[in-house]
Write a protein that binds this ligand. Structure first.
Ligand SMILES: [Mg+2]
Length: 457
């Protein structure tokens, strides 16, 4: 009876443990949990919580104001861009666009569930082990992504929260951004009730507890020296869905920054939110992929103007601003992606080389765990993979870093750009919360449909 009771209280533990167990075994289990909790006092924030490993994470971006910048990189020999200029979204019908919006939310969720694999792959530090396990399962085409083995992680739950806040907002008061912000805060608070077995980040849990949906300014939290994790970047792509028009860039900047700094009030964190939304906005416009980084660098100036104009934490933001910009500038130079040139990838650039590179561009050794490198790794994978879902997975879902966050970001851009035609149906058909994800995509599309019916230059 005891075992049955425990099994009912903790149904997900059935995945790992076979009941019934004895009382003494259960007590050992409880003690182990307490030890882990005690140890986790040393936890530092990625997008998801994990224990500190001796040779990896020590602190978050911004927590070391005197940190020395990474050494300058030599400018590689970049060649003029020679790729084809086919716009993958040119000529789509209204119905095709509606499907892309739905699939953007859905494939993002699918990629998150795959990259997460209930923590097994998200927290695996060796990409090669993940690749070996994927191969043993028959490759990505053989992954039947459904519960109980494949559940959504915090990334999709929070992306859904952003998206459902947007859909609530556009049905009622779509001209008052303050209302949108407090609606987003309300959904972030609510979604915390659905975080069991989803590995939410420690910064997010801590800061959501500061939000107050009953106070019109309750979406504002204090500046956070340690708020540079990727929790803002992993959940903002749907803001790009809401603002597809180049004329809406100022709105996109405002909403992505404010929603990002509701939990990650540090430029490295909230500029990650801006980047994930901005690149979704670019994907919808069919902007050539090799130009996205240059677009980001220009947009950062506008982002600073916005932060300065709003006037919150201006001096602190100024002091912490350069890490994000310098990291991206360095990356774009290495890859010949500063604008107008052919992207340059090393050869070979396999699993081991990618793991090494992702670690190098990270803040502290866990690639994709910060606001700057989650969208950066997603972008690196997206540029390198082209229209291949399998290659995108190899690069963005299966690596030794924070793989579910880079996965959801890259897969959202993929779905907008290339659709779901070549994605195995079993990767998303029975995905948890499929209806909710598709509904968000469809309702946002219905709201912005007019933009797609207007002739474009
Ligand atoms: Mg996660």
């Amino acid at each position: 009876m005891f075992s049955k009771l425990i099994g009912n209280i903790f149904p997900t533990t059935k995945f790992y443990f076979k009941w019934p167990i004895s009382f003494s075994t259960f007590m050992i289990f409880v003690i182990m949990i307490l030890i882990i909790m005690f140890d986790s006092l040393k936890i530092v924030e990625g997008c998801s919580s994990r224990k500190v490993l001796e040779d990896t994470i020590t602190e978050r971006p911004g927590s070391k104001p005197t940190e020395q910048p990474k050494p300058a990189v030599e400018q590689p020999q970049c060649k003029p861009y020679t790729g084809d200029s086919i716009n993958p979204v040119a000529g789509l019908t209204t119905n095709e666009w509606r499907t892309r919006y739905k699939m953007a939310m859905l494939l993002g969720g699918s990629a998150d569930a795959i990259g997460y694999y209930r923590g097994r792959w998200e927290f695996q530090l060796k990409g090669q082990i993940i690749h070996d396990e994927v191969k043993a399962k028959g490759g990505i085409k053989s992954l039947n992504v459904s519960k109980p083995n494949w559940t959504l992680s915090d990334d999709t739950i929070m992306h859904l929260a952003t998206g459902e806040a947007i859909t609530e907002y556009i049905k009622t008061s779509a001209n008052d951004l303050e209302k949108l912000y407090i609606t987003i805060a309300k959904h972030y608070i609510k979604c915390m009730l659905d975080m069991v077995d989803r590995a939410p980040g420690t910064t997010t849990m801590k800061t959501v507890a500061m939000l107050d949906a009953n106070d019109p300014k309750g979406y504002i939290i204090p500046f956070d020296d340690r708020g540079g994790g990727c929790g803002g970047a992993m959940r903002s792509m749907c803001i790009g869905l809401l603002y597809p028009d180049p004329k809406q860039l100022d709105l996109l900047i405002a909403v992505s920054i404010e929603s990002g700094r509701m939990t990650h009030n540090h430029p490295t964190g909230f500029l990650g939110s801006l980047t994930s939304a901005l690149f979704t906005h670019y994907a919808i416009q069919g902007k050539p992929v090799h130009m996205w980084g240059a677009g980001l660098m220009e947009t950062l100036d506008k982002a600073w103007q916005y932060v300065n104009k709003v006037g919150r934490d201006v001096e602190k933001n100024k002091g912490a601003w350069s890490y994000f910009r310098d990291s991206w500038s360095r990356y774009l130079k290495i890859r010949c992606l500063e604008g107008g040139t052919q992207p340059l990838f090393p050869s070979p650039y396999g699993v081991r080389e990618r793991d090494k590179f992702y670690k190098e561009i990270s803040f502290d050794g866990w690639g994709g765990a910060s606001g700057h490198d989650a969208p950066m790794i997603a972008y690196d994978a997206f540029v390198g993979a082209g229209n291949s879902w399998e290659e995108l997975a190899n690069r963005a879902f299966f690596h030794g870093g924070d793989s579910d966050s880079t996965a959801i970001i890259a897969a959202t851009w993929f779905a907008i750009s290339y659709g779901h035609k070549d994605v195995p149906v079993n990767n998303y058909q029975y995905l948890e919360y499929r209806d909710r994800l598709e509904t968000v995509g469809e309702e946002i599309f219905n709201y912005v449909e007019k933009y797609f019916n207007e002739p474009k230059m």
